[in-house]
Design a protein around this ligand. Structure first.
Ligand code: ADP
Ligand code: ZN
Length: 611
């Protein structure tokens, strides 16, 4: 008999909150967590798209604690499982994993404890589900729920397809009556439907959380002297963990070496390095032994580290989707973090070169479209957040205050006259042509296409010679991002004018655009909220030392002990007894018992020094 079904709804509310506070040490739920937990407790299947850092783990760990039997968590990365299990154990939850890294003895020990109903959370790699014996063993166990992490890996439409995941197909049918939950941080509607169908979820409770990450500050700057710009940026982020993304292995190696010879320890990560070296470098980053990783996008899904404080893209990423996911690796702990994109015209040329090498014309077209979208993001003076969220079909009104545009750092000029020239060229040619043709008209470029159509006779022909091609192309993208120009449907579709564009053309609106932006100085870039006065910063640093020493002796990543957010709260509140410590987010009963004394001692010592 399931204990959960014997309690009334209000008793359940109390117990859910009680577990959140005593086991996880949090006062309240993040958006969607509570709904999902309720659905699971009612034994419904769940499908949830939540951004990285949205707090997916609690959605299955908490009901697992309240329900009878073991919860099976399917997670794609063996390298992460140990940390995930350690983190759960740190909160006092009986957790284990089964994967190829266990020897026969360890494996049978885990299975024995499973059969004895001693394990609440069991982490498993997906390939186990291809083994009928293993599945049969699971069917004999009392199970509470299934949680499929990174569920998009089951879809060929997604960007991370893993054939292993196909063996998860049909779990709901094989385990009737046991709720199956699927989580991902990336899924378009199409991928969502594909995942639900492939797994075979039954009438799932669906959640699409907002993709807004309010704690990230988005900034775009022109790339001038990349090495110097990186040094300058890093000066403002000393002692903070961060990732520099570059597109090629050579530039990754070069940048890591350059930084290291300039006094900033940085490790490389790319697919050309051996698995050993990659694992070692990632481990060093995880354990705060090195703060800077220079990586290609091969450095991805495995990053569970919550205190990544900044992400720099030193080259233009190939898509907005990729950019969002990569910047999303910062600030999982909910503290502030910086996302800086540096790009120059050279980046466009190198992406175009890659596109040119693609054989499939459909693929080429999709890549072109992705390039146009990321360029609109990088070059326009529309709130960066509004643009990123538009990619996920979310409407965001702008004025976010946490991007360079909204913070007033992007210099805007009145470009009304130039904008009208573009719009007029579009109208005079029947609103059927793309950016390049419009710019050929404005700059007076007598291409075959221009001459054949007699566009050299238009009054707008050559009226834009005061600027070069790139300048005009960027303006077209900006007008697109601002919603003045809209693209028609289909392959050859050109630009037409929106209502807003028509007002602008008729002189009823002005257009403020950006053709230059400024670097923020490192001092300005550091968020005041992180400083909290020098004394608090001192205490925070001592607490970090305590955590680091503890992490070393217990051979755990520091964040498994406490997150930065928890340490910040300790530094701010300075609790001197266990009650006070329990009030800090992230401190539950188990962690209080395991680490409380050490941290309280450090705080008391600090207060006596200060006092
Ligand atoms: P995801 O898997 O969605 O990326 P995690 O489950 O790793 O996210 O959670 C991200 C961070 O947010 C973790 O440090 C976690 O402890 C914290 N967190 C989760 N839920 C809450 C909550 N309700 N209140 C405060 N912090 C939370
Ligand atoms: Zn903004």
């Amino acid at each position: 008999m399931d204990a959960v079904n014997t309690v009334t709804p209000s008793q359940r509310n109390i117990s859910i909150l009680h577990v959140l506070q005593t086991v996880f040490g949090f006062d309240s739920f993040r958006p969607n967590q509570e709904d999902i937990i309720r659905a699971v407790l009612e034994k419904r299947d769940v499908f949830a798209v939540m951004p990285t850092g949205g707090g997916k783990s609690i959605c299955y760990q908490l009901p697992a604690i309240l329900m009878q039997g073991s919860a099976v968590v399917i997670s794609p990365l063996i390298s992460l499982m140990k940390d995930q299990v350690d983190a759960a154990k740190g909160n006092g939850i009986a957790a284990e994993y089964i994967n190829s890294s266990l020897d026969a003895d360890q494996m049978s020990d885990v299975i024995r404890r499973l059969k004895g109903n001693k394990i609440k959370l069991l982490y498993i790699a997906p390939e186990r589900f291809a083994m009928p014996q293993f599945v049969a063993m699971l069917r004999d166990l009392p199970l509470s729920l299934f949680a499929i992490d990174e569920a998009h890996c089951i879809s060929e439409w997604g960007h991370d397809f893993r054939p292993d995941y196909l063996s998860l197909s049909g779990i709901p049918a094989k385990f009737p009556g046991i709720p199956v939950t699927a989580f991902t941080a990336t899924a378009t509607e199409k991928v969502q439907q594909d995942i639900i169908r492939k797994i075979g979820l039954k009438d799932p409770h669906c959640v699409r959380a907002s993709f807004n990450r309010p704690n990230l500050f988005y900034q775009v700057s022109p790339k001038t002297e990349i090495s110097q710009q990186l040094l300058e940026f890093l000066k403002g982020h000393e002692g903070e963990s961060g990732i520099i993304y570059r597109t090629t292995r050579d530039s990754v190696a070069g940048t890591a070496e350059f930084l290291s010879t300039h006094g900033i320890k940085a490790l490389p990560y790319h697919a050309g390095l051996s698995t050993d070296i990659r694992d070692r470098n990632q481990e060093a980053f995880n354990r705060d032994e090195v703060f800077v990783i220079v990586a290609t996008i091969a450095f991805g899904m495995g990053i569970d580290k919550p205190n990544v404080r900044w992400v720099v893209h030193a080259d233009l990423p190939r898509s907005v989707e990729g950019y969002y996911q990569e910047t999303g690796r910062a600030a999982r702990d909910g503290e502030n973090a910086d996302a800086l994109l540096l790009y120059g015209p050279g980046d466009i040329a190198s992406i175009r070169w890659h596109i040119g090498k693609m054989e499939d014309s459909g693929e080429r077209e999709r890549a072109e479209e992705r390039l146009r979208e990321i360029l609109r993001y990088a070059e326009s003076s529309v709130c960066r957040r509004t643009q990123l969220l538009a990619h996920f079909a979310e409407q965001y009104p702008g004025n976010c205050t946490r991007c360079d545009v909204c913070a007033g750092e992007v210099v805007r000029e009145d470009l009304t006259e130039s904008a009208r020239k573009v719009l007029s060229a579009a109208v005079r040619t029947g609103e059927r042509f793309g950016a390049h043709h419009l710019v050929d008209i404005l700059t007076g470029n007598p291409t075959d296409k221009i001459m054949e159509r007699g566009h050299d006779a238009l009054p707008t022909y050559g009226v834009g010679r005061e600027h070069d091609r790139d300048w005009w192309l960027a303006l077209v993208r900006e007008l697109d991002a601002a919603g003045c120009l809209v693209r028609g449907e289909g392959r050859t579709a050109g630009y037409g004018l929106s209502g807003k564009g028509r007002l602008l053309l008729r002189g009823k609106e002005t257009f403020l655009g950006t053709r230059s932006s400024v670097e923020r100085s490192p001092q300005e870039r550091t968020e005041p909220a992180l400083l909290d006065g020098p004394a608090q910063e001192d205490l925070f640093q001592s607490l970090r030392h305590v955590r680091k020493r503890l992490a070393e002796t217990r051979r755990l990543p520091p964040y498994v002990i406490f997150s930065d957010k928890t340490l910040r709260a300790m530094a701010r509140n300075r609790p001197t007894d266990s009650t006070g410590l329990l009030r800090c987010p992230g401190v539950g009963d188990a962690k209080l018992a395991a680490y409380g004394t050490l941290f309280l001692d450090a705080i008391r010592e600090f207060l006596s020094r200060a006092g």
